[in-house]
Ligand binder design. Structure first.
Ligand code: MG
Length: 281
């Protein structure tokens, strides 16, 4: 089977906290060190949120830039995916555009509002359109985070305006409270709802992370692990690090005959260079 792109989501924008798992990286130095360690372990993409001194998730260009610089200073060519998802320290939705100024190869993209845990996560149609346009003009490929099936249809509606370069890259997120359930049936429904040939990856929350990652391995998809989605290694056992979660996923993928893609191979699979330097139609 084809190579598998392993993404690691190291930190998260709201949860988890260091109280939930002390191994969670907060500072730029910690996040960069985790990214490099996961790259050495087999991750091809790192999904990055940044935190302030109080540990709140923020969207600030300087903080993103510092993490990127620290990663690159170590000779690490991992594909960088900066979050536009917001966080507990974000006071205005417009702050979520900050990562676009850094022009990473990937930014997460949120195509729809929904109840996320105990709050309403706002991604209104106008906001979605402006975010897609800003990424397109900056040559950034959106990693489309699908929390529920309607997010796929919302994406296709935005795509009609020409703001996405093909292939569309979907991150299927399963098991968020307020979003779709983490079940095999839901994953298959997602898969049947996206344009054929779209690269796709699976992220699942908490105890669902590993079994749904394994489904993605078996089905020819890509997979995201990391402490953002799950702080445990096993029942009642905290993960020691992001790299420990990556290491297990690499091992299982190899046992199933799927070699982890290098960052260069991930760039080819996702056609990242193809999304750069285009002007709007
Ligand atoms: Mg995220």
């Amino acid at each position: 089977m084809d190579k598998i792109i392993i993404s690691v989501a190291t930190t998260g924008g709201r949860f988890p906290t260091k109280e939930q798992n002390p191994a969670l990286p907060h500072t730029a130095e910690e996040i960069a060190a985790n990214a490099v360690e996961c790259w050495r372990t087999g991750a091809a993409i790192v999904h990055i949120h940044v935190r302030d001194e109080q540990g709140r998730g923020v969207c600030e260009a300087e903080r993103y830039q510092k993490v990127v610089d620290l990663i690159r200073a170590q000779g690490c060519d991992i594909v960088i995916n900066l979050s536009t998802g917001g966080g507990s320290g974000v006071t205005d939705n417009e702050q979520r555009f900050a990562a676009i100024a850094i022009k990473p190869e990937l930014c997460s993209y949120n195509p729809g509002s929904f109840n996320f845990g105990n709050r309403v996560y706002l991604n209104p149609p106008d906001f979605m359109g402006r975010m897609a346009k800003a990424m397109f003009e900056a040559g950034i490929k959106p990693e489309i985070e699908v929390f529920d099936t309607a997010h796929i249809y919302n994406t296709l509606r935005v795509a009609e305006k020409g703001f996405f370069a093909k292939p569309y890259y979907f991150q299927f997120v399963l098991g968020v409270q307020g979003g779709a359930l983490a079940t095999p049936k839901q994953l298959i429904h997602y898969l049947e709802s996206v344009p054929q040939g779209s690269p796709w990856s699976v992220a699942a929350i908490g105890r669902h992370q590993l079994p749904l990652n394994v489904m993605a391995i078996a089905m020819g998809g890509h997979a995201r692990t990391g402490l953002e989605d799950n702080v445990y290694y096993g029942r009642g056992e905290l993960a020691k690090s992001n790299a420990q979660l990556v290491e297990r996923l690499v091992r299982i993928a190899r046992d199933c005959g799927r070699e982890p893609a290098t960052p260069g191979e991930a760039r080819e699979i996702l056609q990242l260079s193809g999304s750069r330097g285009k002007s709007l139609p």
